[in-house]
Ligand binder design. Structure first.
Ligand code: UD1
Ligand code: CA
Length: 451
């Protein structure tokens, strides 16, 4: 049977108290809506359409051509949102409706819903809760058949006690939905056209309606405020972390490890508490120690990243980074390197077996192999208007507290004397020294102290 999915994402989400659209609130660095779309994309459908309205530019700008959209303006309820769909024509097949603020649903569940919906006219995904809160309630008759959904705000006292709730996921026979959608009315507490009223309409026409009761409420929770956003984040965090543990990664404290959906970790990686990985690729035997933050980067095998930030960069095998180093803006670090504490590198290539152990800034630098950078070395790469390149060739030794004013080249096996501020190139094998001569004045120290 032909399958389509429609994701409702036009609402404002007042309870978030945000300038952004609710569905753009992030869970592990990606908008909630991204999680919904990703899972929908895993299922075989002919079309996924997102209904946008409030802050639609933000959504369209983020997803660009990846999604088909229809605009709902103004937003008069979830049923009205559906009326705005471009896809809802008089066609055969199934149409699955889901909400952009129900972010934890897995593709397996969508798949299951499509399959079960083939034998009915509408299949609701429901769940049982001790306290149904603000969810819509599933109303059943004496024969336990579903006869409608009543919104919390419209529910009578006895209906409010119903524990079976509407998760928002409903799969309809498309032809029948299209035929009867115009029967929706807005004579309710919120003066909205409720999608959920379609159930009563279907029942009134004698159509078959059923509900699939989902066991795991975590999967189908709605996210209307920031408390629920944090709860949904925990659900997705747990799912991702358990996946990687099952793939052979050690997470010392999974509750406090944040790995986004795009990251990839090879086996025998060890991740300490409070680590964040965003679109990071870790090859095998990588160790990431407490508080590290790695984003858009590839870390090769046997590397240790200790309490450091690595952003938009690559680190070669067997290299050690940190504690408290900062690599950013397209650094390419070689193999067997040592990058120690308080070293910042920006847009720098750092050759195999090179070392920079303490308190250094290398910006726009090209550093060869077996180079030793002393403590407190600074590439002076910016003249206030332009950035310039520092080239340090293989085997060079840069003494502590040297300033290399770029553009500058330090030759192969050259030496830069400690404390020098160099503005001119140093040839291969040569030594560059640029500092004032020292004068020692006898007894001057003592007399100063006695003053
Ligand atoms: C909705 C359901 C409720 C269900 C709950 C599950 C209705 C009437 N109620 O309530 O039965 O238990 O979800 O989480 O459907 N939206 C639009 N256009 C609109 C209004 C909303 O696109 O005019 C979108 C929102 O962006 C959101 C989704 O629809 O993604 C749900 O809207 P929301 O206002 O959060 O509905 P709930 O009150 O949570
Ligand atoms: Ca909601």
């Amino acid at each position: 049977m032909n399958r389509k999915a429609i994701i409702l994402a036009a609402g404002q989400g007042k309870r978030m108290k945000s300038q952004h659209s609710k569905v753009m609130q992030t869970i592990l660095n990606e908008p909630m809506l991204e999680h919904v779309i990703r899972e929908c994309e895993k299922v075989n459908t002919s079309m996924i359409e997102v209904i946008v309205g409030h802050q639609k530019e933000e959504i369209i700008d983020y997803f660009k051509d990846r999604i088909h959209t229809a605009v709902q303006e103004p937003q008069l309820g979830t049923g009205h949102a559906l009326m705005c769909s471009n896809q809802l024509k008089d066609e055969e097949g199934l149409v699955l409706i889901t909400y952009g603020d129900v972010p934890c649903v897995r593709s397996e569940t969508f798949e299951r819903v499509f399959t079960l919906a083939e034998s009915v006219d509408a299949l609701i995904v429901s769940a049982k809760l001790d306290d149904a809160g603000s969810y819509g309630r599933i109303v059943r008759n004496d024969h336990n058949h579903v006869i409608g959904i009543v919104e919390a705000k419209d529910a009578s006292e006895s209906q409010r006690l119903i524990q079976e709730i509407n998760t928002g996921i409903i799969c309809f026979n498309q032809k029948k939905l299209f035929k009867h959608l115009k029967e929706l009315q807005n004579n309710n507490a919120q003066k909205e056209y409720y999608l959920t009223d379609m159930i009563e309409i279907f029942v009134s026409h004698g159509y078959r309606v059923d509900a699939l009761i989902i066991e795991d409420m975590n999967e189908v929770m709605g996210v209307n405020d920031r408390v629920q956003l944090a709860q949904a984040t925990k659900v997705i965090q747990k799912r991702i972390n358990e996946h990687w543990m099952n793939e052979g990664v050690t997470l010392i404290d999974p509750e406090n490890t944040w790995i986004d959906a795009k990251s990839k970790l090879a086996s025998d990686c060890v991740i300490e508490p409070s680590v964040t990985l965003i679109n990071a690729t870790l090859h095998d035997h990588v160790k990431v120690l407490g508080n590290a933050f790695i984003k858009n980067s590839t870390i090769h095998a046997h590397v240790v990243i200790d309490r450091s930030h690595v952003i938009d960069s690559t680190v070669g095998a067997h290299t050690q980074v940190g504690p408290h180093a900062h690599l950013r803006n397209h650094c390419e670090i070689g193999e067997h390197c040592r990058i120690g504490n308080y070293v910042e590198m920006k847009n720098t290539r750092f050759g195999d077996h090179s070392k920079s152990a303490h308190l250094t800034y290398l910006g726009d630098a090209v550093v060869g192999k077996h180079v030793n950078i002393g403590c407190g070395v600074v590439t002076v790469n910016y003249d206030g208007k332009h950035k310039h390149i520092t080239t340090i060739k293989d085997g060079a030794f840069i003494g502590s507290n040297a300033n290399l004013v770029a553009p500058i080249t330090i030759g192969e096996n050259a030496l830069v004397a400690a404390g020098s501020t160099l503005t001119k190139d140093v040839e291969d094998q040569a030594m560059g020294i640029a500092r004032a001569h020292q004068v020692n004045k006898p007894d001057k120290g003592q007399s100063y102290k006695n003053k």
